[in-house]
Design a protein around this ligand. Structure first.
Ligand SMILES: [Zn+2]
Length: 333
């Protein structure tokens, strides 16, 4: 069924074969296998693997290949629209020019849309391990990029929330140049960090697995209808939640949080968005919710205008109509 993916880390989509190909071209290691990480990776191991993948990306053609392949994978998972997080901080510090990275990504996105019909937009990870002045300088660098391609900024916010007013300044600066914001309350971010994101005026919250630990913070998120972009398998792989059945996604949905389902790092977790829906979908009946409720929550949280969202909802409805007509025809034959 057609669906959207609002939190997918570009560098976390690289297949082992692609990594091996890039390692051969540039020297270096293809990185650990998915099996070595999946289900029991510590955050440090996860970030280390991610760093290793990132180091293999050097030329515009590398970025083009990666996003093109990710788009092909998106089709297989039934994704029609995706907002992908990419992390220039990792690449710029290794000497990759922003223009090369941007040109490669733009070319891959265009080719992917032409060949597979999937729309991809980017979210720039501002990398909160940097200082605020550096981040503001990065915002200057992207000031004139195409807003159809670059939809917003995001990433881990823990480095900023500790500094008074810093995240608010970054959010305001991004908004001023037409960019949306989705920051992580990832790893084991406590509700206090989620509250800081709300205070800073972010448009969406990434992960947010611990939101319900504070009734007060949960109420604020619900009342402001701030979408929470949940990535259950990634949370399990990172060790934030012990196992998928214990993940709070379903409970967040039941309590009225605008929670959506995304894939995060499919090549690392070994699960794509279709797998996520299959796993979560099995248990939704227990809370009187359906898979379509979750898909529509994702569409509503996407950084698209109302008419684009309407046509995506219609696409889902017509998919369901075709599906039920097929089932009727099958039963009658
Ligand atoms: Zn994430």
């Amino acid at each position: 069924m057609p669906k959207v993916d609002l939190h997918c880390q570009l560098e976390g989509t690289a297949h082992r074969a692609t990594r091996a190909k890039l390692a051969l071209a540039h020297g270096g290691e293809a990185g650990v296998d998915v099996d070595e990480l999946s289900g029991r990776a510590s955050a440090t191991a996860f970030v280390g693997a991610f760093d290793q993948f990132s180091s293999l990306l050097q030329t515009p053609a590398d970025f083009e290949l990666l996003v093109y392949e990710a788009t092909r994978d998106a089709v297989a998972a039934g994704i029609t629209y995706r907002e992908m997080l990419f992390s220039p901080g990792y690449h710029l510090q290794r000497g990759v020019a922003f223009a090369d990275l941007w040109d490669g990504l733009s070319a891959g996105i265009d080719a992917g849309e032409a060949d597979f019909g999937v729309t991809t937009r980017l979210i720039l990870d501002i990398d909160a391990t940097r200082s605020v002045p550096l981040v503001l300088a990065l915002l200057q660098l992207i000031r004139n990029t195409d807003r159809q391609t670059l939809a917003g900024i995001g990433g881990e916010a823990s480095g900023f929330v500790e500094e008074d007013g810093a995240l608010r300044r970054v959010v305001d600066d991004a908004n001023a140049i037409g960019l949306n914001t989705c920051f992580h309350a990832g790893y084991d971010a406590a509700p206090a960090q989620i509250a800081s994101l709300v205070d800073a005026g972010v448009d969406r919250i990434g992960h947010g697995a611990r939101l319900l630990e504070s009734r007060e913070v949960a109420v604020r998120v619900i009342e402001r209808d701030i979408p929470v972009v949940s990535c259950p398998s990634s949370d399990v792989a990172m060790g934030v939640v012990g196992e998928l059945s214990a993940h709070p996604f379903r409970e967040q949905l039941r309590r009225g949080v605008h929670v959506t389902l995304s894939s995060d790092c499919p090549a690392l977790s070994g699960l794509d968005l279709a797998d996520e829906y299959a796993l979560v979908g099995e248990t939704l009946g227990k809370i009187d919710a359906s898979v379509d409720d979750v898909i529509v929550a994702g569409i509503d949280a996407a950084w698209l205008d109302d008419s684009q969202k309407r046509s995506m909802r219609e696409e889902l409805a017509s998919f369901r109509r075709r599906e039920s007509m097929d089932a009727t025809a099958k039963a009658g034959s």
